[in-house]
Design a protein around this ligand. Structure first.
Ligand SMILES: [Zn+2]
Length: 266
């Protein structure tokens, strides 16, 4: 009986705690307060910049990464305002940095903190390629995939004890955040789910199209990524099972017409 009551309480809490992803309309579990998420992200981002070699903004590669990043940020703002989701990113403090590392990686933390690793630049090859990967990463943040993963983890770990007196909600947030983002380890190792990956591909294509980059080029980028990362240890973000390269490219082909509509309007 007691278990049933707990299950019911959790079910009600979960029903009340759903939000919708812009563009796809998918409803997602949302137990994590956005303000909390932004402050956790901000502090681990600050630590990350201290511990890693940030390429000076006077460097031409860094300037190039910032330029593409800013084009995408403007596109995201336009898109969110047009769709009536402008409020969701009003507290974002966007930042774009290039970091010295051989890894084929890039990420965007909640709150708009974008990092590109120098190792991915040759694979990105040109502005459209870079816009593909950056658009994809920004999309994970916009769709609140990190908060969603945290919510799922919170529900699993604490259930009805979320925010109980024994462990404060803040302590629970911090613990789950550290687990998922691998804070302390080589940071931001969050592994997304398959549906989140395809959602990020779809939103990312739209963002690059609005920013003025031909979304067809996304396919070339993922093909280069697939060959370049063979034999290399892939960061969790690109693990071949999440999804396979072929599945990803097939998904992108499906979403291309939608993104091309935005591209044509430019
Ligand atoms: Zn991803």
């Amino acid at each position: 009986m007691k278990l049933k009551v707990i299950a019911l309480v959790v079910a009600i809490a979960l029903l009340e705690a759903c939000s919708q992803v812009p563009l796809t309309g998918r409803s997602q579990l949302s137990l994590v307060d956005e303000g909390q998420m932004l402050s956790l992200a901000q502090s681990s981002y600050t630590d990350f910049l201290k511990e890693n070699k940030v390429v000076s903004s006077t460097n031409k590669d860094a300037a190039y990464v910032k330029k593409v990043g800013n084009n995408l940020i403007e596109a995201v703002k336009t898109f969110m305002n047009q769709k009536g989701y402008g409020d969701q990113i009003k507290d974002y403090k966007w930042e774009v940095n290039l970091v010295e590392s051989k890894e084929l990686n890039a990420w965007c933390m909640p709150g708009g903190k974008i990092v590109v690793y120098t190792g991915i630049l040759p694979v990105a090859k040109d502005e459209a390629g870079l816009a593909t990967v950056m658009g994809h990463e920004i999309a994970h943040a916009i769709a609140r995939h990190g908060a969603e993963r945290m919510s799922q983890q919170m529900a699993m770990e604490y259930g009805a004890a979320i925010g109980s007196a024994a462990t404060s909600k803040n302590a629970q947030y911090q613990s789950v955040f550290n687990q998922l983002y691998g804070v302390g380890a080589p940071i931001v190792m969050l592994k997304y789910g398959r549906n989140q990956e395809s959602e990020a591909d779809r939103l990312g294509l739209t963002f690059m199209a609005i920013a003025g980059y031909d979304p067809n080029k996304a396919i070339d980028f993922w093909q280069r990524m697939s060959t370049s990362s063979q034999g290399q240890q892939k960061p969790p973000e690109w693990l071949s099972t999440h999804p396979s390269d072929e599945t990803r490219i097939a998904g992108i082909q499906k979403y291309l017409p939608e993104a091309l509509e935005y591209y044509k309007k430019k």
